[in-house]
Design a binder for this molecule. Structure first.
Ligand SMILES: C[S@@+](CC[C@H](N)C(=O)[O-])C[C@H]1O[C@@H](n2cnc3c(N)ncnc32)[C@H](O)[C@@H]1O
Length: 259
């Protein structure tokens, strides 16, 4: 039985809470900056690029890529998510460039997607029973010379967030998954594990960015310095690709080139 987290019951809530918030905006800005670099490195190719958006949800990032004329295959285990994705893709006039597959990423090989130029695997591994297995399968779907863009929930960010919120016993207990937080992933991943898995699969890591290295840690004290959300975004942009801030991101975006 598949123990991964199907989003059927939280698809609408997820779409509303995550995409249309400051958090979503920060993530979109940082990931898109990295994506611009990936697209620029692929600039020499005259054909439209092929993209696999694995566990794609509503396909927020892949739609932005599709707007540049590229072709996207989006797969998801949740039919509700796929329904929302199709509606959004249609609203944006991108349907001709999209193929939707209702499947677990672990079964993607059965659909003859072919090797793609760019794999997107964002915010999915932390919901999986066996993230490495899924990542290994997907990394084989990329052409030699192609790129993998992987975003995952960061264990270290979760520790820090819990400490700041005073959940010290929870941290000392090893942070077991709490079912009542439905939109919170089941576990954080260790960045060094993920980097190793990517390299072991024959990739060279080209870049890493912390996603929300500051935003989630700003306290709710009586006296706060004066700042706007735009200032937080500027700070994230300025420091998210350098240590130690990178490794404090609530998520980490890592992108790599297949040798
Ligand atoms: C947090 S959402 C991320 C969606 C999208 N990639 C994004 O970054 O916005 C996780 C998605 O993974 C999907 N999912 C979970 N397990 C999966 C699996 N084994 N195969 C395919 N999709 C899966 C869920 O249904 C959900 O749409």
């Amino acid at each position: 039985m598949n123990k991964d987290r199907n989003f059927d019951d939280i698809a609408h809530k997820f779409a509303k809470n995550i995409y249309s918030s400051d958090k979503g905006g920060i993530r979109q800005t940082i990931v898109w900056q990295d994506m611009e670099t990936i697209l620029a490195e692929n600039n020499a190719k005259s054909e439209p690029l092929t993209v696999l958006d694995a566990g794609g949800g509503i396909g927020q990032v892949s739609q932005q890529i599709a707007k540049r004329g590229h072709s996207v295959t989006l797969c998801d285990i949740s039919s509700e998510m796929l329904k929302l994705a199709k509606e959004a893709v249609e609203d944006n006039g991108l349907l001709p460039q999209y193929q939707f597959i209702h499947t677990a990423v672990q079964q993607i090989e059965q659909y003859n997607v072919g090797e793609v130029d760019i794999l997107l695997f964002h915010a999915v591994m932390e919901w999986l029973d066996n993230p490495k297995e899924a990542l290994d399968i997907l990394l084989k779907q990329v052409k030699p010379g192609g790129y993998a863009s992987i975003m995952f929930y960061n264990h270290h960010g979760l520790v820090l967030k819990n400490v700041i919120c005073g959940n010290i016993p929870h941290v000392l207990d090893g942070m077991p998954h709490r079912k009542r937080f439905k939109l919170q992933p089941q576990k954080g991943l260790m960045p060094n594990d993920v980097y190793q898995w990517i390299e072991d699969a024959g990739y060279e890591i080209k870049g890493k960015s912390g996603i929300r290295s500051f935003h989630d840690y700003i306290g709710n004290m009586e006296y706060m310095g004066d700042y706007q959300i735009e200032d937080v975004l500027k700070l994230e942009e300025q420091l998210c690709r350098q240590e130690p801030y990178l490794s404090l991101g609530r998520y980490i975006h890592v992108w790599a080139k297949r040798k």
